[in-house]
Design a binder for this molecule. Structure first.
Ligand code: E4P
Length: 224
């Protein structure tokens, strides 16, 4: 499973890429707004220059021609731009039109298998089931990821749409997304940093250092 970073914060993105584990980024209007009032085109281009893979940016228009025009404009800013189109009928038509013109679409705000099927049929490169938001209303968000992956696997020759587990809220979601067979999980920066944490690792590092220093003193074990 690939890991994307779910943020528009350039410092967090730089760090994730430096770690060598982040292959893409997803943003949305709320995440971009968190960064304050800014030059959107510049931000998208900067993120795209830092990230090796797809960078999702969301359209604001809700009608087909508006979505298509907005998507084409943003897609012209950098080669790795992917355009997020919402799961509406207008979104399906816009996805179909954009896919025919080789603009990659991330079909977003997906809350059902049927929405995912329509995304795939229209030619979306990615579909993003929102796990956390379904959990928030008492449903099983990861069940949706599992179901979409299972259904897509029945059609390996015709469905090439990749499943992005989105709206990830905690490290357990990452494990569950990988178990479910999601191609990608897009994780907030905080979750990325939580993924490495384990108290026994911290205790182990501390104890190794203490044992070493008791005998060898405060020196490194190799000269450099
Ligand atoms: C990513 O594509 C989504 O926009 C994002 O994961 C939504 O996360 P949230 O439900 O925590 O806002």
């Amino acid at each position: 499973m690939q890991l994307f970073l779910d943020t528009a914060n350039i410092e967090h993105i730089r760090h994730g890429v430096r770690l060598g584990v982040i292959t893409g980024v997803t943003t949305n209007p709320s995440l971009v707004s968190k960064e304050g009032k800014l030059d959107y085109r510049r931000l998208v281009q900067e993120i795209c220059s830092v990230v090796p893979g797809p960078v999702s940016t969301e359209v604001l228009s809700q009608d087909v021609s508006g979505m298509v025009a907005e998507a084409k404009e943003v897609a012209s800013w950098a080669k790795n731009v992917v355009v997020k189109i919402p799961a509406s009928l207008e979104g399906v038509e816009a996805t179909y039109r954009l896919a025919r013109e080789n603009v990659k679409v991330n079909f977003t705000l997906c809350f059902s298998v049927n929405q995912a099927l329509l995304a795939a049929a229209a030619g979306a490169a990615f579909v993003s089931p929102f796990v956390g938001r379904l959990d928030d209303i008492g449903e099983d968000g990861m069940r949706l990821v599992k179901d979409i992956v299972e259904v897509f696997k029945n059609y390996p020759d015709s469905i090439k749409t990749e499943v992005i587990a989105a709206s990830i809220r905690h490290p357990q979601h990452c494990i569950e997304a990988a178990r479910a067979g999601a191609h990608i999980a897009t994780v907030p920066y905080q979750v990325l940093t939580q993924m490495i944490q384990h108290p026994l690792t911290d205790i182990g590092i501390k104890r190794f250092l203490e044992d070493w220093q008791k005998v060898m003193g405060a020196t490194a074990n190799v000269k450099h």
